[in-house]
Design a protein around this ligand. Sequence first.
Ligand code: GAL
Length: 443
Amino acid sequence: MSTENPGFKWGVSTAALQTEGAFDKDGKGLSVWDEFAKRKRKIGDKSNPSVATDFYNRYPEDIAILNQLKIPNFRFSVSWPRVIPMGTGQSNEKGLDFYDRLTDHLLENNIVPWTTLYHWDLPHELQKRGGWFNRDILNWFGEYVHLVTNRLGDRIKNWMVLNEPMAFTGAGYLLGVHAPGERGIGSFVSAAHHAALATAAGASIIRSNVANAYVGSTFSQSWVEPHSSGIKDQQAAQRVHDMLNLFFILPATGHPYPLKHLKFLNKIEKFIKPGDESKLNANLDFVGVQTYTREVIKYSWTVPFIKASMVSAIKRKQPYTQMGWEVCPESIYHVLKNLQSVPGLPPIIITENGAAFADEINNDGIINDTERIAYLDNHIQQMQRAMKEGVDVRGYFAWSLTDNFEWAEGYRPRFGLVHIDYENNLKRTIKESAKWYAGRIKD
Ligand code: GAL
């Protein structure tokens, strides 16, 4: 593969909150997820991210695994409350030191760092001041991006501004199922507009501080299909597609918000200040596409505003993962092909794709996760099919290096290429899928 596409970036992805643990160590401030996990019935297995995989202490071990597998690119995120405990103001030298050590260790091992600035762990102190509702977040975020890029930009060239704005504003500010647990259209549109502005503002700060920066931001994408050919289902699918797939990627690439079929989001206009339209284009070098499944949609008058609901994979008798998500390899092909309709879209990097399965260790200590191997193999093939048809894809990162804290689901879903034994001192075991992936991406 690499010889067919020289320069293609193969890697694995992770995120700070899901792996680092050390939630209050060395002066770290709390994040909205530390607080959210304290609330009743918010995390499926009643766990919390306080320890996670202890990446904060065990990163050398994980980097040794990357080295052993010869995985050349590693995506991680910086925890905002670790480096600015109150979210704004005084920075935390020990927190910054951690990212210095991590970066240096990656580079010493010839592994290229890819860094996300915001993977959902907003400082709790900022949430107390309104978080993403408060337009001041643009100043707070700017201060944070300056700090991190000034500190690491001499060594890190590949940056992503936000991780999946639709996921954190949709789940965290519209549905209330992710931190900080807010609900409602009003809260969603204000958070969404500020996140869209932050994408462009963050990208421009990275460019001003980092010589030869390669700047992107990541977007969740699903292949959305109507449940039937009936007009109501088709229109419902169109609304879901516009919201899930286009709402953030369009403004980031110089287009207006897609409100034509989403009249209920018109309220966003209340938050758009004169001149904002010209501040939304992030001029990205790449878009990070994160894709896992397809969504089959039917019209549903009981669902407020969007009037649409998902028909589950179980109902449709399709194979599914521990998340309940359909295993549908063609979805990545259609996601990529559909993005060709966005004028001026920069090259794409698949910054996340992977699957959670209930892995078992056999008597020989081997984890033969054949379902994950098939998932990755088939998705990579479907990505290559889209590339052959002209979609400009420059890289693929599997989610995730290790099993980790899967947000509101806790530790139950296992997405890792490397197994974590939560009962036994967080012992790492390389799964067969990791060995398969290492072979697949080899020159
Ligand atoms: C993404 C998210 C990751 C990971 C993954 C699997 O939306 O960016 O952090 O949790 O989903 O659910």
